[in-house]
Write a protein that binds this ligand. Structure first.
Ligand code: SAM
Length: 294
């Protein structure tokens, strides 16, 4: 079924409590929206959107009429001026739904200051969760998902980008980046310079869309491949976590001994794990051994 063949609206008019509703919208395929998000779109007293035309189009696809309700543009450039208007609507007891252009608001998108201001004013801030490129990319990447770090967009200048990468090189989890297609090759080259060529990496493009593509390869190879291509569309880059630093037992023992001088076993173990990145189990066993030996 094409998006435009969507049947009669699946949305219900529901009664909404006063508050701000962050709505997740599709990152490609228009039918990737929850029934609850449609209900909120059909029911909120005031609608606000990063891009009012995209929201109108989405509402049209799903058969939701505006019915005279205000539809307010709220984005990075007019947030300060528009927040009082939205806060005033909430103060009058209204429900306000906010959608960014695609995916989840606040995830590399506007909404942070709005959410804070509304919470500080004592109103409900809630969400109708749904699509986000970071989670879609992570889920299909084949990389570890037990722990990950969403780094958003890296800086555009190479020097700053490399120091940004250095700052997160030791993060013990999969790294996820948003990137513009024409910077992918340069970004990957800087990643190779900082993370080395061997970490597994993934380029995930046009997720949920017709030309969806996922390329998994070691960072060096991926960088070489992408340098040869002219990419189009929207891209997420992912990099597997690095190997935890290898410590020889003597070095680890020295660090742990120092830590034990000024704290309990529990604190010393915690500090040593943080400092060395070694598994807690290994450090704890060593601490017990040192304690026993006096
Ligand atoms: N709020 C959105 C979210 O929750 O994913 C992200 C908005 S951010 C301004 C746009 C970036 O998200 C794109 O440059 C790209 O890196 C990523 N992105 C969004 N949609 C995507 C898709 N369908 N496929 C791959 N990446 C996507």
């Amino acid at each position: 079924m094409k998006d435009s063949d969507s049947p009669m609206t699946a949305a219900n008019r529901v009664s909404l409590a006063t508050g701000l509703y962050f709505l997740a919208t599709p990152i490609g395929t228009a039918r990737d929206i929850t029934l609850r998000a449609l209900d909120v779109l059909a029911s909120a007293d005031v609608l606000a959107a990063e891009d009012t035309r995209s929201l109108r189009r989405l509402m049209d696809i799903h058969g939701i009429a505006l019915e005279g309700r205000p539809l307010i543009a709220y984005h990075d450039h007019n947030g300060a001026a528009q927040r009082p208007r939205l806060l005033a609507a909430l103060a009058e007891g209204k429900s306000v739904a906010y959608a960014s252009e695609a995916g989840t608001p606040l995830i590399a998108d506007p909404g942070y200051q709005l959410g804070r201001a509304v919470a500080e004013a004592g109103h409900l801030v809630t969400a109708a969760p749904g699509p986000s490129a970071v989670l879609a990319a992570l889920a299909i990447s084949g990389l570890a998902t037990d722990s990950f770090f969403f780094a958003g967009f890296a800086p555009t200048a190479s020097g700053q980008r490399q120091s940004f990468f250095r700052g997160i090189a030791e993060v013990p989890g999969t790294l996820v980046f948003y990137e513009s297609p024409n910077r992918v090759a340069k970004s990957l080259a800087d990643m190779v310079a900082v993370f080395g060529p061997d970490r597994e990496a993934v380029m995930a493009r046009e997720l949920t869309k017709k030309f969806e593509e996922v390329r998994r390869a070691p960072l060096g190879l991926l960088a070489d491949e992408m340098a040869e291509r002219k990419l189009k569309g929207e891209v997420v880059l992912l990099v597997a976590r690095g190997d935890p630093k290898q410590f020889d037992e003597n070095a680890l023992e020295d660090i742990l001994r120092e830590a034990l001088k000024s704290g309990s076993v529990k604190d010393a173990v915690a500090r040593t794990v943080e400092e060395t990145g070694q598994p807690r189990r290994v450090v704890y066993q060593l601490a017990l051994k040192l304690e026993k030996a006096g």
